[in-house]
Design a protein around this ligand. Structure first.
Ligand code: SAJ
Length: 408
């Protein structure tokens, strides 16, 4: 018999909606649940409220075929996936209230034999705690439902491809749960499925992003050291990376997005005494953004002393990383906004976005023409071949000018 479970996905955000659409595309009936009625309405019209390549077409197709439907309430199903956000509370403490509330919402619909999977990023030990709550409220389900933690690990901009092709780590509350969750994920994941326990799977997600944060912090720290030492950090990294066991990442204006700057705090807040390096990396990456602001201001002052007038500054790129239209926790946006607030004459450039509420956007070619100081903050492909007047001051925080470097 072909295994075709009915699926409920709690949360129709950056992870829940693409996951729902992908599962539905395998001919599985999916109900996506979101507390926001506007999101539910949008999805039921075959549209999307987030930006992600190819997602709208997939949602539209599956809504039309009747495989995907959104609602504000769950329904009975065989599999429940929880993919709601976990933001911070005060002092960078993870706020798992959305996950708790999703568990509470599905409680009345659970039946013997159901599989419940949490995909949201959560502190170590949370799956076990939530299972306890679940079994306290529905004690007849004890040992009769399957519970697992399976973290998402997809890259914004490549979400649909990565949901299907990345390997997955699946931590079950017990071996039966791990096996059941593996059987389910095998329906739509082509990558390998690795079984473990819940705590290891929870830590695995946090560690992946903390690892990247620490490595980016290393590159950012190097860039500040090199600035003082008058060494081209890009050339330095390229040469150091010729070593077979060295792979330094790229410095930038700081770390943005909703994951890498957030997840390390889930480790720090649970293991305050031990997570020294992870905490320091967070600080270095945050300090880098401030350092960039100060660098730009230094150059403005130099210009003013020399030219006896206020310069026009082009801030090139506002998104949190190259070639996407995602502004979440973007350091480039923060820098630009801060400079504007302080009264500097800023031309804000972001070719991937049509318009912004608080910031007027300028075409990137016009900005290059009009500005006295050009600040590259995001390494968009569109900026790579721009011809900049050699009289103008260019500050390159993302290595765009290094593009033509001889790679031999
Ligand atoms: N960045 C640098 N230098 C680099 C690489 C990145 O400064 O060499 C900056 C980017 O500009 C950006 C930030 O880091 O501001 C994060 O970008 P990213 O591309 O590294 O990662 P995200 O946040 O888009 O997605 C990450 C991914 N995690 C890892 O690569 C370990 C993704 O696989 C996760 O699923 C995602 O977080 C998540 O949802 O947790």
């Amino acid at each position: 018999m072909i295994y075709k479970p009915r699926v409920v996905i709690m949360g129709l955000g950056y992870i829940g909606l693409p996951t729902a659409a992908l599962i539905a595309s395998k001919g599985i009936v999916v109900r996506g649940v979101d507390v926001n009625p506007d999101v539910v309405k949008t999805v039921n019209e075959g549209k999307i409220h987030i930006t992600e390549p190819d997602l709208e077409g997939l949602v539209k197709y599956n809504v039309e075929k009747g495989y995907l439907r959104a609602d504000t309430k769950p329904t009975e199903a065989d599999v429940f996936i929880i993919a709601v956000p976990t933001p911070f509370k005060e002092r960078y403490k993870p706020d798992i209230s959305y996950v708790e509330s999703a568990v509470n919402m599905i409680l009345p619909y659970l039946k013997v034999g159901n599989l419940i999977v949490i995909e949201s990023t959560i502190p170590v030990g949370t799956t076990e705690e939530l299972a306890k709550i679940l079994f306290t409220r529905r004690d007849e389900l004890k040992d009769k439902v399957y519970i697992a933690y399976c973290p998402e690990r997809v890259l914004p901009g490549r979400i649909l491809y990565e949901i299907e092709h990345n390997d997955r780590v699946i931590g079950g509350l017990d071996d039966k749960s791990t096996d059941k969750a593996k059987e389910f994920y095998a329906l739509f994941v082509k990558g390998r499925l690795y079984g473990t326990d819940t705590k290891t799977a929870e830590m695995c997600k946090l560690v992946e992003n903390a690892y990247r944060d620490v490595n980016i912090a290393f590159a950012n720290e190097l860039s500040m050291i090199c600035d003082e030492a008058k060494i081209n950090v890009w050339e330095l990294i390229e040469l150091a990376n010729k070593h077979p066991r060295v792979n330094i990442l790229s410095p930038g204006v700081g770390v943005g997005g909703h994951c890498i700057a957030v997840d390390p705090w889930f480790i720090i807040s649970s293991f305050k005494e031990k997570a020294k390096l992870i905490e320091m990396a967070r600080k270095v990456n945050r300090d880098k953004t401030e350092w960039v602001v100060n660098k730009i201001k230094e150059e403005i002052e130099k210009f003013k002393r020399k030219q006896k007038r206020e310069p026009v500054i082009a801030c090139m790129g506002l998104t949190y990383k190259p070639d996407i239209d995602d502004l979440r926790e973007s350091p480039a946006l923060k820098i630009t906004y801060q400079l504007m607030q302080e009264g500097f004459r800023i031309l804000a450039v972001e070719p991937h976005i049509d318009g912004l509420e608080k910031i007027k956007l300028v075409d990137y070619r016009k900005a290059i023409e009009k500005a006295d100081i050009i600040v590259f903050m995001v390494k968009h492909r569109k900026f790579m071949d721009l011809k900049v007047d050699s009289q103008k001051l260019v500050i390159d925080f993302c290595g765009i000018l290094e593009n033509g470097r001889d790679k031999n």
